[in-house]
Design a protein around this ligand. Structure first.
Ligand code: ZN
Length: 387
């Protein structure tokens, strides 16, 4: 039997379930981790769930409405079919905003995600802008990251969604992007093995890819600056101001839109499921479930002990997922096993814009204050990474 959380040999935060294996973690004299403290400090700064926080968000919504006068849409919202982005659409409509939904289809979606998106959009009467990448090209990118031996196998998706949202916003003269991120329910995940930028994607693809990038929307450094400094498209994270509860949001979506929960198995997208259920835990000893579980513990919605027990159960995985992954990417069983057992590589071993982000920290501090880049980008990317 597993020892109880307070008898474990590794150090675990006394408030959440982050343990010493989490990158760049530090504990204070009471055993509280730096990530818990970061959340406390952001909650104070954004008055999260307080009347001032809600008033500030309403003020921002008013600005968004004014910026969209005479236009078809006043904001863009990236959608995946998941809880946060689906609820974000509802919230925007409820406050009288006129959102355009934006989707980057990496061609690994399951039908649950596709149907969720369709159900919510049609009930709320919201238009959808989709960028579909050529599926062979998407697979070539995924395969490149896998062969590179780095953890960020979904970097190409995360970056492409950001670029697609900017393109959609630009096309329709939209000045605001609403993002369904909540530091309360997800934390600011450490940059440890969770890095992405345009140079990184390009460098890995150049080294391991087999076909040119044509339909993939690459966000280069120049484009990133252009979108934020010149196009001045602002990014707002409404859940940073509100008391947002993921479980309640999920129940609400199920009742209101016949939306389906994809379970903890990430059945909304097979690449996400592979990353969370197989790739990260097996090759990197990383398990992202500690983010959501720690959030529940911090909010007092789950006992710490129970979260720890649940965290230590093996993640649930769809049957035949490895088979599907291998076949689609054209990897032999031998090649797959070889990569899975090889020593993990880090993003620091490949070219990235990280140094440039650090050098331009003063600029990004100003941009983050003006919501022209996300505050979490500034906090994560513009400071040297602790070893
Ligand atoms: Zn903690």
């Amino acid at each position: 039997m597993k020892p109880s959380i307070d008898q474990e040999e590794i150090q675990i935060c006394s408030r959440c379930i982050y343990d010493e294996r989490v990158s760049a973690i530090e504990f204070d004299e009471d055993g509280v981790c730096n990530y818990c403290k970061q959340i406390d400090s952001l909650s104070g700064e954004y008055a999260t769930g307080q009347p001032e926080g809600e008033r500030e968000l309403l003020r921002i919504f008013d600005k968004i409405k004014r910026s969209g006068k005479g236009k078809k849409y006043d904001c863009a919202i990236g959608v995946s079919g998941g809880t946060d982005s689906s609820y974000m659409l509802y919230l925007a409509k409820k406050h009288g905003l006129r959102p355009l939904a934006v989707h980057y289809d990496n061609t690994w979606n399951t039908s649950v995600a596709t149907q969720n998106i369709r159900k919510v959009l049609s009930a709320l009467d919201i238009d959808l802008y989709t960028h579909v990448v050529d599926n062979k090209e998407a697979d070539d990118l995924f395969r490149s990251f896998f062969l590179a031996g780095v953890a960020e196998i979904e970097a190409s998706t995360d970056l492409a969604l950001a670029e697609t949202i900017y393109r959609a916003a630009w096309k329709h003269g939209i000045k605001y992007v609403l993002e369904g991120h909540s530091f309360v329910t997800e934390g600011i995940t450490p940059v440890g093995r969770n890095y992405f930028d345009g140079r990184y994607v390009k460098a890995i693809h150049r080294k391991f890819g087999r076909m040119p990038m044509r339909s993939y929307p690459l966000m280069t450094f120049g484009r990133f600056l252009w979108w934020s400094v010149f196009a001045r498209i602002r990014k707002i994270r409404p859940f940073w101001y509100l008391s947002y509860n993921k479980e309640e949001a999920r129940e609400f979506l199920e009742k209101k839109f016949d939306w389906k929960y994809y379970g903890g198995h990430h059945l909304e997208n097979r690449m996400t499921a592979f990353l969370h259920g197989i790739y990260a835990p097996k090759k990197f000893g990383m398990d992202f479930r500690n983010n959501a579980l720690s959030a529940l513990v911090r909010l007092g919605k789950m006992p710490r002990e129970e979260a720890w027990v649940s965290y230590n159960q093996p993640p649930a995985v769809e049957r035949d997922l490895v088979e599907y992954f291998r076949k689609r990417l054209g990897l032999s069983k031998e090649k797959y096993d070889e990569v899975m057992s090889a020593t993990p590589k880090s993003w620091t071993e490949y070219p990235t814009y990280k140094k440039r982000f650090e050098l331009l920290r003063p600029l990004f501090a100003v941009l983050a204050k003006a919501n022209l880049v996300p505050m979490s980008f500034y906090l994560k990317y513009c400071f040297p990474t602790k070893a």
